[in-house]
Design a protein around this ligand. Sequence first.
Ligand SMILES: *Cc1c(COP(=O)(O)O)cnc(C)c1O
Length: 430
Amino acid sequence: MTDQPTLGFDTLQIHAGARPDPATGARQIPIYQTTAYVFRDADHAAKLFNLQEVGYIYSRLTNPTVAALQERIATLEGGAGGVCCSSGHAAQLMALFPLMGPGKNIVASSRLYGGTITQFSQTIKRFGWSATFVDIDDADAVAAAINDDTRAIFCETIANPGGHIADIDGLAAIADAAGIPLIVDNTTATPYLCNPIAHGATLVVHSTTKYLTGNGTVTGGCVVDSGKFDWSQNDKFPSLSQPEPAYHGMTFAEVFGPLAFTFHGIAIGLRDLGMTMNPQAAHYTLMGIETLSLRMERHVENAGKIATWLENDPRIDYVTYAGLDSSPYSKLVPKICPKGAGALFTIAVKGGYDACIKLVDSLEIFSHVANLGDARSLIIHSASTTHRQLSPEQQEAAGAGPNIVRLSIGIENVEDLIADLDQALTKATA
Ligand SMILES: *Cc1c(COP(=O)(O)O)cnc(C)c1O
């Protein structure tokens, strides 16, 4: 089946990128557990290495199982192409790599996954890159943070951990005016709840580790390119708009048009950085995506009921779920994620740090883990774990203060989840 965008989401999540195996007719996508592929002859090999013909050379660059997943995620996101990688963090570096160089910076939301804040504030400095963190609700602050060396704006659709929603359209307009791409981490929304490209994003990154796989089995990531950004509109993106010495002076934007970023990601990014997804991981994620819409509907339904119950509980100070009318972000839900505000949010527990620790230790169905987007319900005390490396000010800015726990609501029976929270809150606040 070809991937016609007229098909519905539920059809595409099963069929996009999947064709009966040409060799055997196998209906399910085989796990192509191979490192290399035999060339037809020396001329075929030369054409593949010159990027004159598209095909399989070596699984660090391309693999048919991984390619099926790339096509499926790109289709669900409404993008031109996708590149899978070994983790969500790898996808972030793969998204930035073609854009950046020594002395260049990104303007990033101050509310991001803790690991991303560390990657952007510490590790990328080793490459001579930097990040300026801003409150993305303040459009003037975002615009003011952009300078001549800025190469992208970066945000999360539904911010981890607080569940705050980004006004993607507004940020895309700021990025457009500056001639730079908007990169959106869509991990917590998934393409079922939001398509950032439809709101003007240029690049979408995913940790496929989370909802896309949906069962906490494998790590993975993906970068999806909209194919709509003109890399030659200014001189900011020479990797894409200027001749590439490693490919005989070929210019990616000229030769590959809307697929320039995707081909660069494979031919340079995966080839030289090597952050490749393995075919086993791609298989698990393909299996997970087949039920994405069904799971997300239940995740959202359960999250809404639990957030409402918690908001009315005297042991809780406040709940950050954007699906609640009380949330300042509730007005963005119909625009950015009309099918629901996801299933990730934080609660402020009366009793502070100690009560939070007791809560996570007293839960029986919820697991205390550094993960989210699993079929099972998860909880974490961010300040003592994922956001531990951050300063108290950074923790507050990220919505991860000492009195806060993050919930990732699963797809179990909601009454069992509420009963579990109830008994654990009793112990925590006794
Ligand atoms: C988990 C996560 C990441 C990092 O992904 P990994 O697969 O763990 O490398 C990035 N962004 C968000 C929003 C995440 O939740």
